[in-house]
Ligand binder design. Structure first.
Ligand code: BGC
Length: 357
């Protein structure tokens, strides 16, 4: 199908260093409208119709770039909509050994290295280039990450592409190549609330995850290395259930995460997770090339950040579905490898398909 691409670019604000930040908006009227800023290659808005065709924005964010720089956000920083790199999640002891050499990473979350460190890819200004294909269109954001950045080896040429199509799909694709053997495990950190009402919680959303196993965490939110069957645990979403049903405050794993903050191991890749809001009828169906997803039910939001339209972002007002390899894989031999060999092409794709019922 030939479609008429509608891509607009507009100024969104300035960084504290005075650099211009631009917002790119992709729209298929009545189907999907996504805005992404070049700072952090961050998804800022995502408008989707409900069962009556009414469009609403279903991702947390701020009305303009100033919101992303406010003290209240930087002090409670939580990667809203960001591209996360080089490594999503925590790394045990802030260190790893690769080809016999030890690498030390900087701590940025208390004593722990999280989501690529202090100056991760979420805080970089990316180069943006809109493009059209026959049946989709989007924006490609590119970044050069120098050797040693954040403590990681290898200079990486990286690209994240956001594209939409008339089927209501938002696809996020990642490509990378490194001049030295390194580790790479990027993800997107969007917070979804399909009702579009961020003052309401997602505990009433239905979630299905086709995953018979999840990764238990220790008290520091690091995977223990075990793959545990979800049966008879709060983490059993195989048949689908209300998210609220899983938040059993007596469960040790739920206590460790202050909610769900765990990785699930997909049994399939196509339609491996579904999120549904019974009120609006909006449905998100996820497909990915990645082996798992870190599900985070915005457990550490506490109302101190005021987002779009001044709404306070409270605990459980949104859910992140971070498709990726498992956290701390480089320190867990049994987990699928996140090693990217020198000159090898990294490629990963996740599709978020929206409809309403
Ligand atoms: C992590 C959480 C963290 C959140 C915001 C999630 O991906 O799993 O532990 O609080 O990101 O930084």
């Amino acid at each position: 199908m030939l479609i008429k691409p509608a891509i607009t670019a507009q100024p969104f604000g300035k960084t504290l260093n005075g650099e211009d930040v631009n917002l790119y908006t992709l729209e298929i009227p009545g189907v999907i409208k996504a805005s992404i800023m070049d700072y952090g290659a961050t998804l800022t808005h995502l408008f989707i119709p409900d069962r009556n065709g009414k469009m609403a924005d279903i991702v947390l964010g701020f009305d303009d770039f100033d919101g992303y720089q406010k003290k209240e956000y930087l002090e409670n920083y939580c990667y809203i909509g960001s591209t996360v790199g080089r490594i999503g999640g925590r790394i045990k002891g802030n260190q790893f050994v690769l080809d016999g050499k030890k690498y030390l990473l900087e701590p940025n979350n208390g004593k722990v290295h999280l989501h690529g460190g202090k100056e991760g890819w979420d805080r970089k200004l990316w180069e943006a280039e809109p493009f059209n294909k026959e049946d989709s269109f989007g924006v490609a954001f590119t970044l050069f990450s120098p050797d040693g950045e954040g403590g990681y080896p290898g200079a990486i040429d990286f690209k994240v592409t956001y594209l939409i199509n008339p089927n209501g799909e938002l696809t996020i694709e990642y490509h990378g190549i490194s001049d030295k053997t390194t580790i790479l495990n990027p993800t997107n950190h969007s917070y979804f609330n399909l009702s579009g009402d961020f003052s309401s919680s997602i505990l009433d959303h239905d979630l299905q995850i086709v995953a018979n196993n999840f990764l238990p965490m220790d008290e520091n939110s690091l995977p223990t290395g075990e793959l545990k069957n979800v049966r008879d645990t709060p983490f059993d979403f195989v048949e689908g259930k209300k998210i609220g049903k899983a938040i059993d405050r007596e469960n040790e794993q739920i206590k460790y995460g202050n909610g769900i903050d765990h990785s699930f191991v997909f049994d399939i890749q196509e339609k491996c997770a579904k999120l549904y809001d019974p009120k609006s009828g909006r449905l998100l169906e996820l497909s990915t090339t990645e082996p798992g997803v870190q599900v985070y039910t915005s457990n550490y939001l506490d109302g101190s950040i005021f987002g779009k339209d001044g709404v306070a972002y409270n605990q459980h007002c949104a859910i992140c579905l971070e498709t990726q390899h498992f956290p701390d894989s480089i320190n867990q031999e049994s987990f699928p490898s996140v090693v990217l060999k020198q000159g090898e092409i990294f490629h990963s794709t996740s599709t978020f398909k929206f409809s309403a019922q």
